[in-house]
Design a protein around this ligand. Structure first.
Ligand code: DSN
Length: 419
């Protein structure tokens, strides 16, 4: 940041403060990660200078020869990573990837069945406050009230009744494995298409730590910045039969110029994710999450669904008598970053909530393992059980800084094998 320090010190100082926040804190937001230096170099590069509306070989601007190459590499690498027939790497975000699928195959008011946001779904799956909820007719499914897990029998029954055009599966706050094959079978049985949004678990799906929907469901959408550990953006994968519709729906349907520096960063990320060390990383994400869950349970805290199969844990704070908002704020004072989250049978507003979502992708990227997770879970439990005790928070703040600052901010990536 030496150039910026000379030319715009005000902004350089903010970036420095944020760097210190990241280095000295524990980032436990389940949808966040820390990218490699390679991804950072790519997204901070001069690849940002170009308009490249269109697709490789068919652009609306001259001078795209190198952008064509990089976009083709990104598409090929994503296909190889997931075994997909076709990939579109242009979506600016996961929400836009989802909207592009809807726009390609649905008409105004067609019925979408999807997981309720309040029970782990996502805003772009038809929440009433989102464009998707305003434009389509939404029938939400939730989780079983006892197990707090998806009940495929109940979802099938609902699908028979509602006759959706599209069934959306995938979630942003669901700690259990999702059976994508079951969703596709339900969709086919009622003549619907099926879309899996794997934004949260993409890294786990790519490495076999979670079953993959690619090649199973009709469309797979994702973000590239969560467990996949790339730049902030989206992507869509599908079989060849859908490729032309999906590509048209992204451009010119929804977007103009693609963010070519981000696509360059996606290409770097997809190569990193093909390395065996990325599988080790994803395995550690799950081990870390399950270690946090074990300690939380030992501490007497309640977990939605009783545990986790993936990168996140959802704490139900009802029996602690505190809200998600209070928990988030108290932990933030100790440099532990998490987010309040609704839980099944939520009684509070989304700004307050009764739950807390805790995820391990970022701390695992920094190299933390089970020992650190036991320490972190203990610190979180101590704060949640004594939320107004500033002395405890101050003491834990010092422990957090000492722990976090002893780990690097950037993940270790093996250099390219040039042999
Ligand atoms: N907002 C993201 C999350 O935190 O899950 C999903 O888009």
């Amino acid at each position: 940041m030496s150039y910026l320090a000379d030319h715009d010190p005000e902004i350089a100082e903010i970036i420095e403060q944020e760097r210190l926040r990241q280095i000295n804190g524990l980032e436990l937001i389940a949808s966040e990660n820390v990218v490699s230096k390679g991804v950072l170099e790519a997204v901070g590069s001069i690849m940002t200078n170009k308009y490249a509306e269109g697709y490789p070989g068919k652009r609306y601007y001259g001078g795209c020869q190198f952008h064509d190459i990089v976009e083709n590499i990104a598409r090929d690498r994503l296909c190889e990573l997931f075994g997909a027939e076709h990939a579109n790497v242009q979506p600016h975000s996961g929400s836009q990837a989802n909207q592009a699928v809807y726009m390609a195959y649905l008409k105004h008011r067609d019925v979408i069945m999807s997981q309720d946001l309040a029970q782990g779904g996502h805003l772009s799956h038809g929440s009433p406050v989102n464009i998707t909820g305003k434009w389509y007719t939404i029938s939400h499914y939730g989780v079983d009230s006892k197990t707090e897990m998806l009940d495929y029998g109940a979802i099938e029954e609902q699908a028979r009744k509602e006759k959706p055009k599209l069934i959306v599966c995938g979630a942003s706050a669901y700690p259990r494995e999702i059976d994508f094959k079951a969703f596709q079978e339900i969709a086919e049985s009622v003549g619907a298409l099926c879309m899996a949004d794997i934004a949260h678990i993409a890294g786990l799906c790519a490495t076999g730590l979670h079953n993959s929907p690619v090649g199973i469901v009709n469309f797979t959408t994702t973000t590239t910045h969560k467990t996949l550990r790339g730049p902030r953006g989206g992507a869509i994968m599908c079989n060849e039969e859908y490729a032309a519709d999906i590509d048209r729906s992204i451009f010119p349907g929804m977007q103009g110029g693609p963010l070519m520096h981000i696509i360059t960063g996606k290409a770097v990320c997809f190569r990193e994710a093909m390395h065996p060390s990325f599988t080790d990383y994803c395995r550690q994400i799950v081990k870390n999450s399950q270690t946090l869950a074990e300690v939380f349970l030992d501490e007497g805290l309640d977990l939605v669904s009783g545990g986790t199969d993936n990168h996140l844990i959802l704490l139900d704070l009802t029996s602690q008598g505190i809200t998600g908002l209070e928990a988030e704020q108290a932990l933030e004072k100790a440099n532990i970053t998490v987010n309040k989250n609704t839980i099944p049978r939520e009684t509070r507003s989304p700004f307050v909530t009764s739950g807390l979502r805790v995820g391990t992708p970022a701390v695992t990227s920094r190299g933390m393992k089970e020992d650190e997770m036991r320490t972190i879970a203990g610190m979180i439990a101590d704060i949640l059980k004594d939320i107004d005790n500033d002395a405890v928070i101050r003491q834990i703040h010092a422990q957090v800084e000492a722990l976090a600052s002893s780990f690097p901010l950037y993940p270790e990536i093996p250099p390219a094998d040039l042999s």
